[in-house]
Write a protein that binds this ligand. Structure first.
Ligand code: ADP
Ligand code: MG
Length: 270
């Protein structure tokens, strides 16, 4: 199937539009493509999942969108546009603003993204102060509002606590609060629930759904788990060994997914 046949709306109406993304790494002096000709889009307020087994190129796809791969060791071809603005040709200082203001990213292990030496409140306030002209006092109040929004119990009293005092699920909530501080147009969540217990996973998915409904944020959700896809995604891209093997509305993929790999993923869903 041509992956782009599902992209019926024009690029300019999409928050994110990825066309023929091919990412290669320099390995032993030669360029080795690990993501090949991937095309998909994310519409305003939509959640799109990228699903595939470990090593299929999901994280490389998200890091390519963010342009977070070393330019010496990697090559990104194709087109990536955010609200109609082409990202691959932006100068690095402009791209830094896009990363800070327009796209936020959360990862599998929130501890690696939080600084253990600063309190949770200071880290979120810092993000707010960078992205707005708030006073320190306003940033503190807004930080508490964000912590409440992501359902941290007794948010105000936890402002001055350090990350190690929070459980894995609570740290992921803090990361989501931090990601929201810049009011991003797009949230990229790369396996944000993989390291969490099943019950906590469900709570984080509910939280992302609630935020998406309330804030209208578009979400690119990366996972290896079809059960999670069913929970969260409007549309789904299935990746296998760096290639996109299927793209469509999640319900269609579940009922009419054709590729043998998609069928295999679906057979693992309880
Ligand atoms: P996923 O997120 O789907 O588990 P990745 O996107 O991390 O997979 O990786 C896709 C492929 O790219 C894997 O084969 C991985 O080994 C390779 N890869 C990832 N990063 C690099 C890199 N910096 N240099 C060379 N190969 C890489
Ligand atoms: Mg990954």
């Amino acid at each position: 199937m041509n992956p782009s046949t599902n992209c019926t709306t024009s690029a300019i109406e999409q928050v994110l539009n990825v066309e023929n993304l091919t990412t290669s790494f320099r390995v032993d002096g030669a360029w080795k493509p690990v993501v090949r000709n991937v095309s998909f889009s994310v519409a305003p307020g939509e959640t799109v999942a990228i699903v595939g087994e470990s090593g299929s190129g999901k994280s490389v796809t998200s890091l390519s969108i963010m342009r977070l791969l070393s330019p010496d060791m990697s090559r990104i071809d194709g087109r990536i546009s955010l609200n109609g603005r082409e990202l691959l040709s932006l100068p690095e200082h402009e791209m830094r603003k896009v990363r800070g203001n327009e796209i936020s990213m959360i990862f599998q292990e929130p501890m690696t993204s939080l600084n253990p030496l600063f309190t949770i409140g200071d880290q979120i306030s810092e993000a707010l102060l960078c992205h707005s002209d708030m006073s320190v006092k306003e940033a503190r109040a807004e930080t508490i509002r964000l912590l409440e929004k992501v359902r941290i119990p007794s948010a105000a009293s936890r402002f001055d606590e350090y990350p190690h005092r929070f459980s894995g699920g609570m740290r992921q909530r803090v990361m989501i609060a931090m990601a929201l501080a810049s009011k991003p147009k797009l949230l990229i969540a790369d396996e944000p629930t993989t390291a969490l217990d099943v019950t906590i996973q469900g709570q984080i998915l509910d939280l992302i759904k609630m935020l998406q409904e309330e804030e209208g944020t578009s979400v690119l959700f990366i996972t290896h788990d079809m059960g999670v896809v069913a929970e969260i995604a409007d549309r789904t891209v299935v990746m296998l060994r760096g290639e996109q093997v299927e793209t469509g509305a999640t319900a269609d993929i579940f009922h009419r997914g054709k590729h043998p790999y998609t069928r295999a993923l679906l057979s693992a869903v309880p």
